[in-house]
Write a protein that binds this ligand. Structure first.
Ligand SMILES: Nc1ncnc2c1ncn2[C@@H]1O[C@H](COP(=O)(O)OP(=O)(O)OP(=O)(O)O)[C@@H](O)[C@H]1O
Ligand SMILES: CC(=O)N[C@H]1[C@@H]2OC[C@@H](O2)[C@@H](O)[C@@H]1O[C@H](C)C(=O)O
Length: 405
């Protein structure tokens, strides 16, 4: 119906838009819901977060997703059922948040839904000749639009792949628009299940922006905190602090082809899994490592691979950062920023104080949801931005449009 297209056209011309950004990451902790007010677009985007909440997932929901999450062999029906189910659940969670915040659905212009990643398979990882980079996020956008009555953009990663990327990291676009600062080189480090960073040059040159995943953030720490301690994660890094790093195991953990691949690159729990760690334990003959030493080692593994990716990408000229001559301030976000064992180790390895993204005006836990709101804002109101010819940051609009009726 043409009324929907006209509504979309009208909101693309509004001076500001109210957009709900949604993120449900690899940690499966819950749905991050950020109600944002966005003015302008591109490097002139001004965004404020009006409300933010992480709606925790019920254990049943989490287990249903875990049945198919990052697995090569699954019950196909479970995948098909979860696609609309997650869309419906996310739609209902949004409605609950709006009631809690006293905001009517008619006061929201757009929803930007990341969906739930269930499998990430860049070509370098699946290695199957003739098949492209691939990734799958479920939680159908039509179901969110119909449940909420709000125009919904979803499935952002496919266009990135179609335009030559690996479908991730997408944070780079919003990072550049919201957090670039003249005369300060910045590294925005996000530590969710998987860790990634964006380099933002202080000369604001979009073609020098750089982004990559670095490997595990919290995913392995979480998996073994669950297995050995019955806890969802290592709260405040206490378990890691009580253990000692096992060097032989650490070396075996670092011996993966992912770390040899050139930048930029992406990965997921498909690679960095319980099996991955158990394999490293076997290869290093460290099967009997104490649980607290294992958590300390996994924390150090994340810290070292994060800091080495930052160092090496700078050195290799990916960022044109002139062989380390230019210092960057590092701002952390994501759940890993709450883990002092991880933060301190990265600070020590990089030899600098790691700051929090919160200093730049957006709460670290809300950042990824906010960045999807920025992508939706760009899709409806942005102009083309040229990020240069290098891989990983194609200048394309992203998100598929679902109308509510
Ligand atoms: N107080 C804390 N101490 C230690 N770790 C914490 C704390 N709070 C959160 N975390 C970690 O952060 C994780 C959640 O992080 P986050 O929500 O950023 O991940 P995500 O968005 O699911 O992942 P991704 O960015 O990979 O998609 C938890 O699973 C836990 O490992
Ligand atoms: C395929 C996928 O969902 N990747 C996530 C994941 O979580 C962190 C890292 O791996 C990053 O590449 C990405 O998410 C963020 C939001 C991104 O695209 O920037």
């Amino acid at each position: 119906m043409k009324e929907h297209v006209e509504k979309l056209y009208a909101l693309s011309r509004k001076p500001s838009r109210r957009i709900i950004g949604l993120m449900s990451g690899t940690s499966l902790d819950g749905l991050d819901v950020a109600l944002c007010r966005a003015e302008g677009s591109g490097p002139e985007t001004h965004l404020s977060v009006e409300h933010f909440k992480t709606v925790p997932y019920e254990e049943d929901f989490r287990n249903a997703v875990r049945e198919i999450f990052a697995k090569r062999q699954i019950d196909f029906q479970q995948l098909v059922l979860l696609n609309p189910f997650i869309g419906l659940q996310h739609g209902r969670m949004i409605l609950e948040c709006l009631v809690e915040w006293g905001v009517n659905t008619s006061e929201v212009d757009l929803i930007a839904s990341h969906g739930q990643t269930v499998f990430h398979a860049p070509q370098k990882q699946h290695g199957i000749a003739g098949f492209p980079n691939a990734t799958l996020q479920i939680g159908d956008g039509d179901h969110i639009a119909v449940t909420t009555g709000i125009i919904t953009l979803s499935d952002f990663r496919q266009k990135h792949i179609a335009a030559g990327g690996e479908g991730a990291p997408l944070a780079v676009y919003g990072d550049y628009f919201l957090f670039s600062q003249k005369n300060e080189n910045r590294i925005l480090l996000n530590m969710g299940g998987i860790a990634n960073f964006t380099f933002l040059p202080g000369n604001l040159d979009a073609s020098r922006v750089f982004t990559t995943d670095t490997g595990p953030g919290n995913t392995l720490i979480d998996a073994f905190a669950r297995l050995h301690f019955g806890k969802p994660f290592d709260e405040n890094g206490r378990i890691a602090a009580s253990g000692a790093v096992d060097e032989a195991l650490l070396n075996a953990l670092k011996d993966s082809s992912f770390f040899e691949q050139p930048f930029p690159k992406t990965t997921g729990p498909e690679v960095f899994s319980v099996d991955y760690v158990q394999n490293a334990m076997q290869l290093s003959g460290r099967n009997a490592v104490k649980p607290e030493d294992l958590i300390a080692t996994l924390t150090q593994f994340s810290a070292e691979t994060i800091s080495e990716a930052i160092r090496n990408s700078m050195r290799s000229g990916e960022t044109n950062a002139k062989q380390n001559a230019e210092v960057s301030e590092v701002y952390a976000s994501g759940g890993g920023a709450h883990n002092p064992a991880l933060m301190d180790a990265i600070g020590r390895l990089l030899g600098q104080n790691i700051r929090l993204i919160d200093e730049l005006g957006v709460a670290g836990d809300a950042k990824e949801a906010v960045l999807f709101a920025v992508l939706a804002n760009e899709a409806v109101a942005g102009e083309a931005v040229y990020f240069g010819e290098k891989k990983g940051v194609p200048g394309v609009s992203m998100g598929k449009i679902s109308f509510p009726g």
